[in-house]
Design a protein around this ligand. Structure first.
Ligand code: UDP
Length: 326
């Protein structure tokens, strides 16, 4: 298939694009390089630098490349930032996503994959969280993804656009030592912990140890980016049989302290840690029930926390300054 990957220079988009090419698909990356890195776009992908806000550009890309499917990663993605600047998320993520979806429908694209989020579940009745759980967005970021899921629902009903909404829990790890995670500014636990191990930071601050969890620190479901990539590709191949929505995680939660402990074991570095105040908006526990995609598509995550940290460590060691090193 020919797949248009928006945000294909970003962390998850670049890994999925790389995996698509590895499996023999053709890839066109559309990215404004606002957060993404040109070096992360896999060899073999066509690259268009541009913004989804530019509707005429999106139309040109669709007309020129005629994709069979669209995978949409390009987005603002930070919960905390969205709490400070809600309209950035509610405008850009929604309007740009709608531009893309409308243009895809107009050009006869029949398959669409949306990068969605666990931030839809701010008040889950059950843990682990099923995809049928009641949606309570935890932030304007989560709300923007929820709106896009609803837009896709109607585009399917009215225009027959088959879609998969994939709700990631904590994406992490590196595809290989030259394709990993780099954000500016970095806010995610695993890269920050590894920056301590590299000597780039003095310590890691644990955001609260008074949560109602066994060791008092927050529990998250860390899922390797390569496992996410497989889920995207399985979903893509299954779309003709109908639209679907899945939660994607390992189904096992780890506390912040357990992540730091595992990073110490993997890196051999003491990684000093200090407890600070809670970060606003952090729920105590988020763990995915991914039974639906396991049963329906045979998806099986292959990487545990240790393997995630090993792959991330290999990337960070080789590229201590990220893609700027290459
Ligand atoms: N966290 C932390 N210190 C940091 C960064 C993150 O204690 O410097 C915690 C955060 O409170 C959360 C977990 O690590 O419980 C994962 O946070 P991250 O930002 O990586 O992902 P999120 O869960 O927000 O998507």
């Amino acid at each position: 298939m020919k797949v248009l990957v928006t945000g294909g220079a970003g962390y998850i988009g670049s890994v999925v694009a790389w995996e698509l090419i590895r499996q023999g698909d053709e890839v066109v990356v559309l990215d404004n390089l606002y957060m993404g890195h040109r070096e992360a776009v896999p060899a073999g992908a066509a690259f268009v630098e541009g913004d989804l806000a530019d509707r005429a550009l999106v139309e040109r890309v669709m007309a020129e490349h005629r994709p069979d499917a669209v995978m949409h990663f390009a987005s603002h993605t930070l919960v905390g930032e969205s709490m400070a600047e809600p309209s950035l998320y509610l405008r850009d993520n929604v309007v740009n996503g709608l531009n893309l979806i409308e243009s895809a429908v107009g050009h006869g694209v029949r398959r669409f994959i949306l990068s969605s989020t666990a931030n839809l579940f701010d008040d889950p009745a059950e843990m682990p969280i099923k995809s049928s759980e009641r949606i309570v967005p935890g932030s304007p970021y989560g709300e923007s993804k929820h709106i896009l899921e609803r837009i896709l629902y109607w585009m399917d009903r009215i225009h027959g656009l088959r879609y998969a909404a994939l709700r990631y829990f904590n994406a992490c790890g590196a595809a290989h030592e030259d394709l990993g995670e780099e954000h500016h500014p970095e806010t995610h636990l695993i890269p920050l912990v590894l920056q301590v191990a590299l000597g780039q930071r003095e310590k890691i601050v644990i955001f609260g140890d008074d949560y109602p969890t066994p060791d008092g620190t927050c529990i998250r479901d860390y899922i390797h980016v390569l496992d996410l990539a497989q889920a995207h590709i399985l979903a893509l191949r299954a779309l003709d049989a109908g639209s679907r929505t899945y939660n994607l995680g390992n189904g096992k939660g780890y506390s912040v302290k357990e992540v730091i402990e595992t990073a110490r074991a993997v890196t051999g570095h003491p990684i000093p840690a200090e407890v600070g105040p809670r970060r606003p908006g952090d729920p105590a526990e988020l763990v995915a029930d991914s039974l639906a995609i396991r049963e329906e598509l045979g998806w099986e995550p292959r990487y545990d926390l240790r393997a995630i940290l090993e792959s991330a460590w290999a990337w960070h060691k080789k590229h201590p300054q990220g893609y700027g090193d290459q």
